[in-house]
Write a protein that binds this ligand. Structure first.
Ligand code: ATP
Ligand code: MG
Length: 656
């Protein structure tokens, strides 16, 4: 038997295991192994948060913790002042850690740059001065539209240093998406690149943006990073408006002391993924946000900044990249990997090559990436030494147990705890997750709220649902919560604080609580299915379908049905690009019936070569719903590949 086959068999064997204790060797050296931390937070929540906030360096210490007089506009640590870039850089350098690597950057073609904390501080000071030279002042918005190059972190921290508010747009988005986000936030400066590399190709960025930039009257300057200069593709520069990053750095002064900011000063705006509708411009604060991300990054990843090499694979264009590739790890003085490329370029084993090369000990990624690796096969990770890994994390979607077990067995080699972290762009930092040295994990459950965070499940009238399925709410404010939606205060109140009042944050996800009190986030409220009066979660049905041997990925939605109210339609991708047959269809229906019940059997299966996903890899069920109900598709601006929907519409029209 090959090693791959025996690992697959091991994954199948573990399918009956309900929960996993923290591995003994991990537990022996973990920081948090005592449940007293939860009690401490419960006894005096505000004192607990104040203590976490005091782990940061404050220029002026705060005396009040929470001001809730204008709920739901909560204010944290409001009379304190601090600077985020100071906390991420200066204080580590001052403590003698200037030589520590902040980022091992790895380019697509294998280029490497080791950037120390001292290097990063130098670049950030210069770029902060360069921004000032371009007229940027405290409170101005600076757009950032860059590939995964170190300059993206430099630009973010330089903004933070002078109190400019950054608005990062994911590099894979279109010129129109950039225009819209810059227009709405009235950005003064945009930092972008001449070109971006993607899977061996060089794509023009700046010249493609140019027509859109014409429509932005507030934008006075564009800074262009040379991220892949190609003489064959000239990058047109407009005199007086556009300046190369290198040139701006060369003329800028070297020293730029960090400017103290009020704790509530906005640190950034970031648009949410757009899985459920029109993206929202989420605003985060300086003091509360930094408190939340540094605390959770230390606790949930059991960080040891002296020994760990930490890699969050998310692009900085997402909240995960902001909180756990930039602010969290830098505030904690961690060493990170920053990887420019795609997971399968130049080959599907590149991630494991990177883990081996830098000795990555903590890996944080998304279920969609894990499922892709499963599809590519166990032979790729098997070619590399993964023994440096000690902790694995996941975020972004519910993780189906099969993917969890594969991650645990093939990547973690049954040695690494998995932290399934539930949170949102809005929450700023991790809300529900295991503490890896303490919590027994159950595949597919994010377990419990972290100390300091209070959650509950309620029915639509707001009554607690002690056990079973309900709507997830956060019942107390927390420091890293969003402060508003940019320019849309009324939408902020309506979206999060109208359903259950200004005291309870309505998450918009449904979840189940089991007899042990574990939370199982099932997915968005909109994705819940109602078959013959029974509420089923799309994630639960999808997990059952994906557990079938032949299936690689699945998404289910409902369509109206005269008899059952709603009927389940499943979009299914088979492993190895195989086409579906009526036999496989019958087999999958039988399989779902055996796992959940007859009720959950899809009434239709549509074979899909691919599923519609956001650029961050989440399945956009609302588009599938539009397609099966033959409606016009809703907002598609954050859809990764529009071709997928065209192909699926053809399949639906031809009866699957
Ligand atoms: P939009 O709000 O624009 O529709 P989005 O909700 O996908 O987009 P994010 O803020 O990136 O944007 O994602 C948060 C959502 O992702 C959560 O509300 C939840 O539905 C899902 N999610 C994140 N992590 C997990 C997890 N560990 N388990 C289950 N679901 C998760
Ligand atoms: Mg959301």
């Amino acid at each position: 038997m090959t090693e791959g086959a025996s690992l697959d068999q091991r994954v199948a064997e573990l399918a009956t295991v309900e929960s996993f204790e923290p591995p003994a060797a991990f537990r022996a050296r973990a920081h948090a192994t005592d449940a007293a931390l939860f009690e401490k937070a419960d006894q005096d929540r505000l004192a607990f948060w104040a203590e976490q906030a005091r782990a940061l360096d404050w220029e002026k210490p705060f005396s009040t913790v929470l001001n809730d007089t204008d709920a739901p506009f909560y204010r944290w640590f409001e009379d304190g002042t601090l600077n985020a870039s100071y906390n991420c850089l200066d204080r580590h350098v001052a403590a003698g850690l200037g030589d520590r690597i902040a980022y091992h950057w790895r380019g697509e073609e294998g280029e490497e740059r080791a950037i120390s904390y001292a290097d990063l501080l130098d670049s950030v000071q210069r770029f902060a001065n360069a921004l000032r030279d371009l007229g940027v002042r405290k409170g101005d918005v600076v757009g950032i539209y860059l590939p995964m190059v170190p300059e993206v972190a430099v630009a973010m921290l330089a903004c933070a240093r002078i109190g400019a508010v950054h608005n990062v747009v994911f590099g894979g988005f279109s010129a129109e998406a950039v225009r819209e986000r810059m227009a709405v936030s009235r950005a003064k400066v945009l930092v972008t690149a001449d070109h971006a590399r993607r899977k061996g190709k060089l794509n023009a960025v700046k010249s493609v943006l140019d027509p859109a930039l014409e429509e932005l009257p507030d934008l006075s300057h564009v800074v262009v990073v040379r991220a892949g200069a190609d003489p064959a593709q000239p990058c047109p520069m407009r005199e007086g408006r556009d300046v190369y990053y290198d040139d701006a750095m060369a003329t800028a002064a070297a020293s730029c002391p960090a400017e103290p900011m009020e704790a509530e000063h906005p640190l950034f705006i970031l648009y949410s993924s757009g899985s459920t509708g029109k993206p929202k411009g989420i605003v985060h604060s300086t003091g509360g946000y930094l408190t939340g991300v540094s605390y959770t990054h230390r606790l949930v990843f059991d960080l040891d900044p002296e020994r760990d090499v930490y890699w969050c694979t998310a692009d900085v264009g997402w909240i995960t990249g902001h909180s756990y590739a930039v602010y969290g790890p830098l505030a904690n003085g961690a060493t990170s990997v920053m990887f420019e490329g795609a997971a399968d370029y130049p080959h599907p084993g590149i991630w494991w090559e990177v883990v081996e090369r830098y000795g990555v000990s903590i890996l944080y990624t998304a279920p969609t990436a894990i499922r892709a690796c499963m599809r590519w096969g166990t032979e790729y990770p098997a070619r590399h030494d993964l023994s440096s890994l000690r902790l694995l994390g996941t975020v972004g979607e519910p993780i189906n147990p099969k993917a969890w077990l594969w991650y645990h067995t093939v990547i973690g080699q049954e040695r690494c705890p998995i932290v399934d972290t539930w949170w949102q762009t809005e929450t700023g930092s991790i809300m529900i997750a295991p503490l890896p040295g303490l919590t027994e994990t159950k595949p597919g459950s994010a377990t419990h709220p972290v100390p300091g965070v209070c959650a509950d499940l309620v029915d639509s009238s707001g009554q607690t649902v002690p056990e079973g399925t309900g709507l997830l709410v956060l019942t107390e404010p927390w420091p890293s919560m969003l402060r508003t939606l940019y320019g849309e205060e009324e939408r902020y109140v309506r979206a999060y604080f109208s359903e259950f009042g200004p005291e309870r944050y309505a998450v918009g996800d449904s979840a189940r609580r089991d007899t042990d009190g574990y939370y199982w986030v099932l997915g968005r409220v909109d994705d819940v299915l109602n078959v013959s009066g029974h509420r089923l979660s799309s994630g639960e049905v999808e997990s059952a379908i994906v557990a079938h041997d032949k299936v690689a990925e699945a998404a289910v939605v409902s369509e109206p049905d005269e008899i059952t109210g709603e009927a389940i339609v499943a979009f299914v991708t088979l492993r190895g690009g195989v086409q579906g047959s009526p036999e496989t269809e019958a087999d999958i229906r039988e399989h779902v019936s055996a796992r959940i019940g007859k009720l959950a059997r899809p009434s239709r299966i549509i074979w899909a070569d691919d599923l519609p996903k956001t650029r961050s890899g989440k399945i956009m069920r609302r588009l599938l719903r539009d397609a099966v109900q033959d409606r016009e598709l809703g907002d598609v601006t954050t859809l990764n590949d529009p071709g997928v929907m065209t192909a699926l519409r053809d399949r639906i029209a031809s009866g699957g």
